[in-house]
Design a protein around this ligand. Structure first.
Ligand code: ADP
Length: 519
């Protein structure tokens, strides 16, 4: 995540290490009266020692010298002894220095931090010079210690930078929004997902206080930023180091976005004051919608079960009264109502079972040749008696082909669509079922002249448990499962279903099926 840690700019870089080593080596060569020297460090990736800085040796000399020196490395690594006549170990001739001298006396010491060997420092004298003494060795030791500290620091910084960029790229690539804040709640980091979610371009919001940018409020609209509910505000008890808050933030175009924010706050141990925080921001709109749908569904289900049960209970206890004698007509009517309500309950339970089988993808189709025109007429005949103020029309062309489909399921689709057409045109009107065939597909449309569907709801009517929001729809009993079931059945047959409608102007539901039944 860009700018997650701005202090990184102040960290010393590779060049600083080279500059430090150059200085240490030059001083060491000078102090020891040498004419050349090398600092070699352990390269973690290459798993070998490489010259980090050399003085007085050209590239060719260095190339010859290093493999020879490496042979001595294991000894040095364990014993830290220095040696004068390295030529005896390595074998002559040692390389020429820049000054054209054949080098021979050499002193070498490991760069050590604790028990770790980080590299070696070598100082060489021309062959004509004296061998290095014990005093020279202890002088070099002081330089070796300095160099070791410089190398160790550089490693730490390197690891820190690597770790930082690893964390940053992880956060930047995270599908969830991530922000980081300083102790004054100014935005230091704002990842790509956060930009997408909020619409705020990173460069415009960095270093602004987050409460100016996001205006975090609870679902009732009360500010969280301006209250001590913000985890960055110090409370007498210091406040939590991690917590989750849910509410709304404001997008760049002024829209509310429902989010869950998970705070990880770094606090001063002494004062409890927050000095930085990383916040994970999740868009929970869908989650909340699902929760709302679920609770609306449960209350609807309760109602849908309760109504027929109360009717059945009312009629049975009335008819069962021992102090009353019912005539045949009253008895028959009462039993008829009970039967109807039982049918309603069983239809409801069947729908729920079918919806759950669709969800778990365990619905199997038993396909056979089906005459949809005949089926449509049968469905209309069956439903016609339930309404007095609708006129029905079934219009399938004479050459309407057979389709290969599951008749029970297709009857369910037609029944749902015609039933809805009746339910959602309370003032009556014409209901037509039209069938047409073209290019290997059949199209069946159920049209009514009822209340229609507002444009904003059109895209969602096929969703599970989704019901229209206006009062006219709410007056009608339903669970929001009919169209979901229709769509699942039609799609399982390789077809599609769609709706065209306008509020107050009726609706047309059309499904298509392949003539071959999708085989
Ligand atoms: P239900 O009828 O039980 O609510 P459906 O899944 O059959 O469930 O329908 C979902 C929603 O689509 C309905 O609540 C209603 O708002 C809308 N709808 C369906 N059919 C029609 C129609 N013919 N006219 C107007 N609105 C309709």
């Amino acid at each position: 995540m860009a700018h997650l840690m701005d202090s990184s700019d102040a960290l010393p870089q590779e060049a600083d290490l080279r500059a430090s080593l150059r200085m240490i080596l030059k001083n060491a060569i000078e102090a020891l009266g040498g004419s050349a020297g090398v600092v070699a460090t352990w390269d973690q990736e290459e798993r070998c020692f490489t010259p980090t800085y050399s003085f007085g040796l050209d590239e060719r000399a260095l190339e010859q010298l290093l493999p020879l020196l490496e042979e001595a490395v294991p000894d040095l690594a364990v014993s830290s002894q220095s040696f004068n006549a390295l030529s005896r170990i390595l074998g002559p001739p040692l390389p020429k220095s820049d000054q054209g001298l054949i080098l021979d006396p050499i002193v070498a010491l490991p760069l050590r931090v604790g028990r770790r060997s980080l590299g070696f420092i070598y100082v060489l004298r021309p062959r004509s010079c004296m061998a290095f003494s014990a005093v020279d060795q202890s002088t070099l030791n002081a330089f070796a210690r300095q160099a070791a500290i410089a190398v160790d620091n550089a490693h730490l910084v390197h690891n820190l930078i690597e770790e930082k960029s690893r964390v940053e790229s992880m956060l930047e690539g995270s599908a969830e929004g991530m922000m980081s804040l300083d102790g004054r709640r100014r935005l230091l980091g704002f990842n790509a997902a956060m930009e997408r979610m909020s619409g705020h371009p990173r460069r415009q919001v960095l270093s602004l206080p987050c409460y100016h940018v996001l205006n975090f409020r609870d679902f009732e609209g009360r500010s969280i930023c301006n209250s001590d509910r913000c985890p960055m505000v110090t409370r007498p008890d210091g406040g939590p180091s991690t917590c989750e808050l849910q509410g709304k933030i404001q997008s760049a175009d002024g829209q509310d976005i429902e989010v869950a924010m998970v705070y990880s706050v770094n606090r001063s141990r002494a004062t409890g004051r927050a000095h930085s925080a990383v916040i994970n921001v999740r868009d929970i709109k869908r989650l909340r919608e699902t929760e709302n749908l679920r609770s609306a569904f449960l209350s609807m289900l309760g109602h849908e079960l309760q109504t027929p049960l109360s009717i059945i209970k009312g009629y049975t206890s009335t008819l069962a009264r021992s102090d009353a004698r019912w005539n045949r007509k009253t008895l028959r009517e009462g039993l008829q109502v009970i039967e109807e309500e039982c049918d309603r309950l069983s239809k409801l339970v069947n729908r729920l079972l079918l919806a759950s089988r669709i969800e778990s993808r365990t619905v199997t189709l038993k396909k056979e040749p089906v005459q949809l025109s005949v089926m449509a007429t049968k469905v209309v005949r069956r439903l016609e008696p339930v309404t007095a103020n609708h006129r029905f029309e079934v219009d399938f062309g004479p050459d309407f082909p057979e389709v290969y489909a599951d008749p029970e399921r297709m009857e369910e689709v037609l029944t749902n669509l015609v039933d809805n057409a009746i339910k959602y045109s309370p003032k009556g009107g014409r209901i037509t079922v039209t069938g047409r065939a073209d290019a290997g597909r059949v199209r069946v449309t159920v049209a009514d002249e009822g209340i229609g569907i507002p444009r904003r709801e059109l895209g969602r009517v096929f969703e599970r448990f989704r019901r229209g929001e206006n009062g006219q729809v709410q007056k009608v009993r339903g669970m929001g499962l009919g169209l979901y079931i229709c769509r699942s059945i039609v799609e399982a047959h390789g077809g599609q279903i769609e709706v065209a409608s306008e509020a107050g102007k009726g609706s047309q539901f059309t499904f298509t099926l392949p003539v071959g039944g999708g085989e």
